[in-house]
Ligand binder design. Sequence first.
Ligand code: APR
Ligand code: ZN
Ligand code: ZN
Length: 380
Amino acid sequence: MSTEGKVITCKAAVAWGAGTALVVEDVQVDPPKAHEVRIKMLYSGVCHTDLTYLYGTGKGASTRPFPLILGHEGAGVVESVGPGVTNVSPGDKVIPLYLPQCRECERCKSPRTNQCRKNWKTNMMGMMADGTSRVSWNDQQVRQFMGVSTLSQYTVVADISVAKIHQDAPLDKVYLLGCGVSTGYGAACKTAQVEKDSTCAVFGLGAVGLAAVMGCRAAGASKIIAVDINPKKFKLAQELGATECINPLDHKPRPIQEVLKEKTQGGVDYALECVGNPTVTSEALESTVDAWGVCVAVGWSDAGPINVDVDELLVGRTLKGTYFGGCKGADYVPVLVDKYMKKELKLDEFITHRLSLGEVNKALELLKTGESIRSVISLW
Ligand code: APR
Ligand code: ZN
Ligand code: ZN
């Protein structure tokens, strides 16, 4: 029986408030309106950004709206489309995009950036472009995290917030390209623009940092130093391309930036902060060589400003930031999917756990304690 045009009742992991466990509820998902797409979601992950949104107590924490459905890294199949949608059709395999690509704004038309701001304000409030959500629970509106909400069996996204991917792509792997892997890989290749034979340091070896290691390797870096306070991450980092792994705790009280400078005759060419900690961003910046060192802030944090001495910049370093690794999602996510299918990009290695939707809080816990890289959550 076709569900097109009808409200669908399905399971979703609802966040009722800051700091509380997610609850799997029966929610109602409305049909898509004009320029919207309803997706049957099959797989979702949880990323550290979901954790920070839910448990973070820093900047903006008291004004984060709830109830809401988290998740911004997932994959599914288009169930139906609203009027005016031309880029996808029912049955297409897709990856929702938390950073849209509208193709019409000045930023989308420029090769310099992926920072499209269409629908941004409403999406950041967990709403669609018209200021409402397509998801409800007993007539109460439930917000959609970053305009996507992948921790739900069905979701509705704007047509500019979806990437159509290869019909044969295994969704339980390529869903990783919805955030973690694209973000890290793109941060190295697109935002930092790591060059052949350069030296790199990657701080934080979760999915984002490990993908950054993979990006540095693909770009031909000759030295890739992987930095993490959890040595359990080192084995996979080496498999993905790290030439050396360092635990800052082993060098205390010496600052890690001094250790890195010593190992690289003055500092690395590129440093990528994939932790989401302003102190680590300062360490990463100070680990780069003066004159041309580039530091990219990749991780999101609500822990306040980055402390940077202006002298660190005046000597020629650059500090940059990136969302989604500088990738224009609708164009580039399908390219990365194809790369995976041609065995030019690794994804399987990132999946350490397989869980059900009912185990979603376990997935958050495994990420928080550093036991997982990514848990793939089967939504059905
Ligand atoms: N120095 C080095 N590594 C650290 C430090 C530190 N001071 N503190 C934590 N780490 C490491 C953790 O041990 C962990 O391995 O950073 C890693 C972070 O990995 P995950 O928690 O798996 O996070 P991930 O999902 O990869 O996201 C990383 O990117 O998208 C953003 O918001 C997200 O800020 C987060 C970041
Ligand atoms: Zn993420
Ligand atoms: Zn745009």
